[in-house]
Design a protein around this ligand. Sequence first.
Ligand code: 13P
Length: 252
Amino acid sequence: MRHPLIAANWKMFGTLDGVQRYLETLIGHLQPGNPQVVVCPPYTLLPAAVMVATGSAVAIGAQSCHWEEKGAFTGEVAAPMLAELGVTWVVVGHSERRQYFGETDATAAARARAAQRAGLSCIFCLGELLTEREAGQTLAVLERQSAVLAGLDPTRLALAYEPVWAIGTGRNATPEQAQEAHTFLRQRIASLLGSDAAAGLRILYGGSVKPENAAAILSQADVDGALVGGASLDVDAFSAIIHAASGSSRAG
Ligand code: 13P
């Protein structure tokens, strides 16, 4: 069975005071039978977030990590540093990292390997640009981006299909578009990591997920959760998305 996973990517938003109140409220809203929940605030908020979330059903994630364990890499944060804090997840290869910070398939894969070496689980993001979708290249792009997943530990991995044209635009993929991409990615995982890995791997959808559209997207057979940006900043909206995913474990 694949237990649904709902993750919040706060991007470069949030305050120290806000993260504490947010997590206390979120933890209070969770019920037995809810999906697994991960909250990924900026690095500076991670220690406070871990302190509030420890012992609760909410796990804390970072938004990236470096591929080396230490070294002269000004501005970067290493995976063992995150693990030392009590962080258990890390987002890797987000399209904003690819677009603004030179992330490539190869560097994303190196970060994912480093995260797993440090004992962290990883949400690996992939997805096509609007021009690529319009040119009919969506599946070819996903094939290229997923090729680097070979060799990763599938038990510490989730994928997030995030079509770039749907991120922060209010224009979500249709449930059918999401299902098509997720089915393709699951087949890719079967050939790269084996059929057991493919059956058990959670594939999240990300891109303008909101309380109003979450249930329809999450109803698709191969959509095992969501990676939520803007709507995750509002604890009530994020809780509503979590509840939309409740009770929807998938047969693996
Ligand atoms: P939005 O939910 O704001 O579209 O962002 C999606 C995203 O990038 C999550 O990682």
